[in-house]
Design a protein around this ligand. Structure first.
Ligand code: GLA
Length: 346
């Protein structure tokens, strides 16, 4: 293995040291990860003014254990909420471990963000993590093996490839929960950024972020992001956003274009394009970020970062009629989903 791996002096919840790895490219872009949660720790992009950190992060690895915002974490086995922590598959009802009221959020109390992943291979621009999730883990059926390959190109693209295999049918929905502030971590309100999402439909939700009434047109209640829009635009105007203190909504991607979403810094010096083969994206404006440890040893305020989580629609195990591929992985199949973040800088 190359020497871009570091053993931390800090110990993870399993009593062993954290391992961190850093990938670099020819343009000087640097991204780093931790084996705990296969967490994306840092993303420094080259601008005319030097490297800019565009990812929210904590001041120490152990501080990551003191937050519930899933900063940079790999989320699974099922990202987002499964209503009432239950679903039925092949005539069997499964009871999952709840962790948000009676619902399961982001794979349960000991989700993939709370487990140590093994580093399988490492080069200067690629790292491969692997995780085994046992049959019954957080209530899910089947022994699942998950691989996350993180690759940095010389074109300032970061590509995440997720693969999974199971020995029993199970829902699988893997994503990364990074929060972006393209004006720079710590620069303040991330809602000054401009966002576009190629989606005609979104899922309206109640105060607990549980879907109400199925997919709706983005033109309903001012949720339209099809043309670039400053996130602050009319922010408190829509009832949909008011119910959850901002955006915390799943959009069903049209896939009309290669780029499904684009975020642009307020100062225009950094833009990020997202490409993916996943059916949806959760747009979340950090409505619960307040109190999360930041890089300065203080805490973040609400809205200091935007999460754009590519995923299946929430609660899909209970919604066979959503117009998207099935989220159920069967033993003869391989889960193969990828997301690329392309950074364009000045
Ligand atoms: C997701 C959810 C949010 C919130 C965050 C974590 O994005 O949709 O409601 O739970 O994760 O804080």
């Amino acid at each position: 293995m190359s020497n871009n791996i570091k053993i931390s002096t800090e110990l993870a919840p399993d009593g062993q040291a954290y391992k961190t790895v850093t990938l670099t490219n020819k343009q000087g872009m640097k991204i780093s990860f931790c084996d705990w949660g296969a967490t994306w720790l840092s993303c420094q992009v080259p601008t005319a003014g030097g490297l800019r950190e565009v990812l929210l992060g904590c001041h120490s690895l152990s501080a990551y254990q003191k937050q519930t915002g899933y900063l940079g974490a790999t989320v699974g086995r099922y990202a987002n909420r499964i209503t009432n922590s239950t679903f039925k598959l092949d005539g069997i009802s499964y009871q999952l471990t709840p962790n948000q009221k009676n619902h399961q959020l982001h794979g349960g109390p000991v989700g993939f963000d709370q487990q140590r992943w093994q580093i399988i291979s490492l080069t200067d621009n690629q790292v491969e993590f692997e995780l085994h999730s046992a049959d019954g883990d957080q209530g899910f059926p089947g022994n699942l093996t998950v691989t996350a390959i993180y690759h940095l190109t010389d074109n300032n693209e970061f590509k995440i490839q997720f693969y999974a295999k199971t020995d029993k049918s199970t829902p699988v929905n893997l994503t990364n929960h990074a929060y972006f502030n393209l004006d720079g971590d710590g620069s303040g309100d991330a809602r000054r950024q401009t966002l576009s999402v190629d989606a005609d439909q979104y899922l309206p939700v109640d105060e607990d972020c549980i879907a109400i009434g199925g997919l709706a047109s983005v033109t309903v209640d001012d949720m339209d992001l099809r043309t670039p829009r400053q996130i602050l635009d009319n922010f408190s105007h829509s009832a949909a956003r008011n119910r959850v203190k901002g955006y915390d909504h799943a959009y069903l991607l049209n896939h009309h274009h290669e780029v499904v979403a684009k975020l642009i810094a307020h100062d225009q010096k950094v833009a990020m394009e997202i490409m993916t083969n996943k059916p949806g994206i959760q747009v979340y404006t950090g409505n619960f970020l307040a109190g999360t440890p930041n890089r300065d040893g203080k805490t973040y305020q609400q809205y200091e970062g935007i999460a754009l989580e590519t995923a299946f629609l929430p609660n899909s195990p209970n919604q066979a009629n959503y117009p998207q591929p099935s989220c159920i992985l069967n033993p003869d199949e391989q889960y193969t989903y990828h997301t690329t973040y392309r950074f364009i800088t000045k």
